[in-house]
Design a protein around this ligand. Structure first.
Ligand SMILES: [Zn+2]
Length: 367
């Protein structure tokens, strides 16, 4: 239902934009006004990006297969990349045309007809923008919300072309070449912005902290789980996540109980957040040992006040073999980490003589 409505609204926007393009292109050529022609180009790039977005969304729904076991969700990013290149190309062409106009100035010849059509186009664009944005809010669709806002921003460019026509007709003062510069740069910038955002998504961005905290909450609520750590989430397209995490359980928990518990964690996380967990790792926690509790508190406290440790977890002491093992989460870009790690181990050895230390450094991948 939702997908259908999104596509339907996008189709309305595409048809309206193409009509605007046809009218503006005609008027722009008749009036010999580059600013109106570029305004039409800008609307054309909007229509094209909606078409490609629909195509990308449709392709990305294809189910997983042998060659692409993680599904086809990233088609949406490829679609966005194509949109970015088309808009960049349109922007570069617009800049070239604007430079030509500055080198060989030509007088536009506006008529009141052109003023009327440009005015109607402005209202159509605002109305369309509001409609698309409203549907976007109703369906919680970021792409519709964005394109609605985009349409409203574009109407400002059309207002500038209207000013150019009015100024020419009333004051006999030509501002066409200035307005053309503004619109050409605007098209170039929107292409650049989409390219930038899409490349960042393809590279793999930090997952939003609202998603990671709901995954952690969902897992924590499963009975028997003492703590949730080391969450990794990969993004295989919008709203398609595959990840893994560690849960901490009491060291007395039996294997069959752990089996049950990890299945429950996977199910609960999927139901509440849509994230598929490919694995649930286990950390054991020493139960009923005052001595270990004291060690945990002391070492955690010391680590956290060092300034470069974000979290201490997976703390387990093997009292029989005299081993302490734990993980620390360290943010990216910490300098001379090896030295810091050695200093930390030195301190622990002094505090708790006779213990071997098994320290793992975890990257700070999620909040
Ligand atoms: Zn860890």
């Amino acid at each position: 239902m939702r997908e259908k409505k999104i596509i339907q609204t996008s189709l309305i926007a595409i048809v309206m934009n193409l009509l605007l393009v046809a009218f503006k292109m005609g008027i722009g050529l008749i009036a010999n006004s580059l600013s109106i022609i570029l305004d039409a180009v800008n609307n054309l790039s909007d229509a094209l990006s909606s078409i490609i977005t629909i195509g990308g969304t449709t392709l990305s729904k294809k189910t997983a297969d042998k060659e692409h076991p993680y599904g086809h969700g990233r088609y949406e990013y490829i679609a966005a990349l194509i949109v970015a290149f088309i808009i960049l190309y349109a922007g570069i062409q617009s800049v070239i045309e604007t430079i030509k106009l500055w080198l060989h100035p030509s007088q536009p010849k506006y008529s009141w007809w052109s003023v009327l059509i440009v005015t109607v186009a402005i209202f159509v664009k605002i109305f369309l923008g509001n409609y698309v944005q409203q549907v976007g809010i109703q369906l919680d669709s970021p792409s519709l919300k964005n394109s609605g806002q985009d349409a409203k921003n574009d109407s400002l460019l059309s207002v500038a072309t209207l000013m150019s026509a009015l100024s020419s007709l009333w004051l006999h003062f030509e501002i066409d070449k200035y307005v053309s510069v503004v619109i050409a740069l605007f098209i170039l910038k929107s292409g650049y912005d989409i390219l930038n955002e899409t490349l960042s998504r393809i590279l793999g961005e930090r997952i939003s902290s609202s998603l990671t905290s709901s995954v952690i909450e969902a897992a924590k609520h499963v009975p028997g789980v003492c703590g949730v750590y080391d969450l990794f989430i990969n993004d295989y397209g919008p709203n398609r996540w595959i990840g893994s995490l560690h849960v901490e359980v009491e060291d007395t928990t039996s294997a069959s109980r752990i089996d049950q518990l990890s299945r429950k964690v996977m199910r609960q996380v999927y139901i509440e957040t849509g994230v598929t967990l490919s694995a649930v790792g286990i950390y054991a926690r020493n139960s009923h040992s005052e001595e270990v509790n004291e060690m945990r508190t002391g070492i955690s406290k010391y680590c956290l006040q060092l300034g470069f440790v974000k979290q201490v977890h997976g703390f387990l002491v093997d009292q029989e073999n005299k081993r302490i093992r734990f993980d620390i989460v360290v943010p990216f870009g910490i300098k001379s980490l090896n030295q810091k790690q050695m200093d930390l181990k030195e301190w622990i050895k002094k505090e708790y003589p006779g213990y071997a230390i098994d320290l793992t450094i975890d990257p700070d991948t999620t909040d």
